[in-house]
Design a protein around this ligand. Structure first.
Ligand code: TPP
Length: 367
């Protein structure tokens, strides 16, 4: 196991002092520690492609390679700027990529990580980006990376599960009273019995799954967006166009930010049965609690600007109950629910497969 503090110091000694990326649970110790050491030069970007953009801007201004960090799920978001901006046939921007390897072959992981894990190194290979699996011998590896970026190239460090030591994240604490799970309980308990719920990536979907198990209400009206972070809102919008049932998307602030443009299109195309709810905890809580800009911006104003005429805000249990009643009657609407960070330590994972989930929902919708 690599001590994250020594690893961050090693990066610094080798000239890496600017970071941009989207956090990952395998990188949570690294993100916590690097955030503390590098302060404003450690940026949590809205998506992984934006991180490549930030790294390019940094290189243009300082002539130095930045570090771009991500979970391997985010490679897809980064491919376009890696190939059409940073590639040697375009602007040839050097950078060091640090990539969490979910779904590593032969390591047990969730279905949404399997293909991505199997293809991770191959994807870098076809992009012409040298990639090395990080091991305890990191000091030599980091100086090799410094040499490589010094030659104007891109190089990736692939990080296995349990590579980095844990590092206590000095998370900010918000004063909101509800937890995400309480909010979910209220929402699912207040909406109509036939309504469909599309939930976002991470613990939201895991909590929704457990809530349905506890209440015995079945999973047939839920679509758990276990992967493809940032796309739950579009899945819900697409679905809502061909059903007369109300369709609730329960999103996270990190996921909303990742593909924020989708909200403008979804507000435009959807009908009165589309109900969009962001549960805003100001962080990427599912992967370690790294901050988003969720509390620095006004998501309600953004949603209004996107074309939702009815936008609500809730900070307490009573307010949430109230706004769900309003959402049921006003037609197309959106809401931002402010919650504190945190989740149960004993939170499980769905035992139903994604295909079973898909089939149950499609059967329900055909009734
Ligand atoms: C494209 C992509 N990047 C990163 C991840 C890793 N990831 C899974 S859940 C999550 C955090 C989601 O944050 P938010 O939407 O705010 O929900 P919260 O966990 O706070 O409830 C991240 C970064 C991912 N699954 N996909």
């Amino acid at each position: 196991m690599i001590d994250v503090q020594s690893f961050c110091e090693c990066l610094k000694e080798n000239g890496f002092d600017f970071f941009a990326g989207v956090p990952d649970s395998l990188l949570s110790g690294f993100c916590a520690c690097a955030g503390e050491i590098f302060g404003k030069r450690f940026i949590i970007s809205a998506n992984e492609g934006n991180a490549v953009g930030l790294a390019a801007g940094h290189y243009l201004a300082e002539g130095k390679a930045a570090v771009v960090f991500m979970q391997n799920s985010g490679i897809g978001n980064a491919v376009n700027p890696l190939l059409s901006l940073a590639d040697k046939y375009v602007y040839n921007i050097p950078m060091l990529l640090i990539v969490g390897w979910r779904g590593e072959p032969k390591v047990k992981d969730e279905p949404q990580h399997i293909a991505q894990g199997r293809l991770t190194r191959e994807l870098f290979n076809v992009m012409g980006i040298e990639n090395i699996v990080l091991d305890d011998n990191y000091s030599e590896t980091v100086s090799y990376c410094a040499e490589t970026v010094g030659q104007g190239k891109r190089i990736a460090l692939i990080v296995r599960k349990n590579t980095f030591s844990p590092y206590e994240y000095k998370a900010f604490k918000s004063d909101f009273s509800m937890t995400r799970e309480q909010a979910l309980e209220i929402i699912t308990g207040s909406i109509g019995e036939r309504d469909i719920v599309v939930s976002t990536t991470g613990k939201t979907s895991r909590e929704l799954y457990e809530l349905r198990e506890r209440s015995g209400s079945g999973h047939g009206r839920d679509f758990l967006t276990v992967g493809s972070m940032g796309h739950a809102s579009s899945i819900a919008a697409g679905l809502s166009l061909s059903t007369d049932r109300d369709v609730y998307c329960i999103d996270g602030d990190g996921a909303f930010l990742m593909h924020m443009g989708a909200s403008a299109v979804n507000a435009d195309i959807s009908g009165d049965n589309y109900k969009y709810i962001i549960i805003n905890n100001g962080s990427h809580e599912s992967v370690g609690g790294q901050p988003t800009v969720g509390f620095k911006m006004c998501a309600e104003e953004v949603l209004r600007g996107c074309g939702f005429k009815n936008v609500f805000r809730a900070e307490s249990v009573d307010e949430l109950r109230n706004i769900i009643e309003k959402m049921k009657s006003v037609g197309k609407s959106a809401a931002v629910v402010y919650v504190k960070q945190g989740s149960r330590n004993d939170l499980g994972r769905p035992v139903m497969t994604p295909i079973e989930n898909r089939n149950a929902l499609m059967e329900e919708l055909s009734e």
